[in-house]
Structure formats: C-alpha cells, structure tokens
Design a protein around this ligand. Structure first.
Ligand code: 5GP
Ligand code: ZN
Length: 113
C-alpha cells in the first residue's frame, strides 16, 4: 500500500469531515478551505493523478462526476461552483492521490482555486 495521506483518510486512519461515501469514492471537507464550501472527492483506490486516467478508469470517473453534481446540489450551491483537479507539479498538486475540488459559496472570480 502506498504511503498516501488520502488512502489513510479513506481507511479512517486520519480523521476527516465526511460529506459523502459509497463503494467507489469518498468526499470530505478540505482542511484549508479556499471558499465557503470546499470539498474534496477522491476514489477509494489509489490513483496518483488525473494523468493516470484511461479506459479502465472511465466508469469510476464517470461515477465521480455524478457524485460531484449530487454533492453540489445537496450543499445548495445554486449560484454555481468550480470543479478542479490539479495534476502534477506545474498545477501545484500537493497530494498525489487523484482528487476533485468542489469550490463554491462565493463568486470565484478569475482565480482557479
Ligand atoms: P492539491 O493541492 O493537491 O490540489 O490539493 C490538496 C488539498 O488537500 C489541499 O486543498 C489541502 O488543503 C488538502 N489537504 C491536505 N491535507 C489534508 C488533510 O489532512 N485533511 C483534509 N481534509 N484536507 C487536506
Ligand atoms: Zn492514495
């Protein structure tokens, strides 16, 4: 098993504020929120980043997109929201386990996160 922060969050070794949970993915509140609502959605399997996605992960990622939309509805983000996946060093990815940020609750302006 990789020594991975988000794998440890999935396993409950590191505590997190759960927002959503199913057999395939887990969502929790970001520890350092950049918006009033800042949620991370991650696969339960360890995938390092967006760059590793391929045909074999299509069903999983398709499912995650539906989960993201459901979470946004449940969180009442009626004014809109941003979905971000930082991939690799140039994007500033700091945790190397695929994750989608859901950011909302305020106008996001020109900044990406
Ligand atoms: P990245 O910079 O890789 O796109 O995003 C990683 C995100 O994980 C950051 O927004 C950071 O605040 C969040 N994060 C890092 N460590 C923890 C943690 O232990 N718990 C939670 N809930 N979020 C974390
Ligand atoms: Zn992991």
């Amino acid at each position: 098993m990789p020594d991975c922060l988000f794998c440890k969050i999935v396993e409950g070794i590191i505590p997190s504020k759960k927002v959503y949970d199913d057999d395939y993915c887990y969502a929790f509140r970001d520890i350092n929120p950049q918006a009033p609502t800042h949620i991370l959605v991650i696969p339960k399997t360890h995938i390092p980043s967006f760059a590793e996605l391929n045909g074999s992960t299509e069903a999983l990622v398709g499912h995650m997109t539906s989960v993201i939309a459901k979470i946004a509805r449940d969180e009442g983000l009626t004014g809109g929201y941003r979905v971000v996946s930082n991939c690799g060093d140039d994007a500033g990815q700091t945790v190397h386990h695929l994750h989608f940020h859901i950011l909302g609750g305020k106008p996001m302006g020109d900044r990406m996160a």
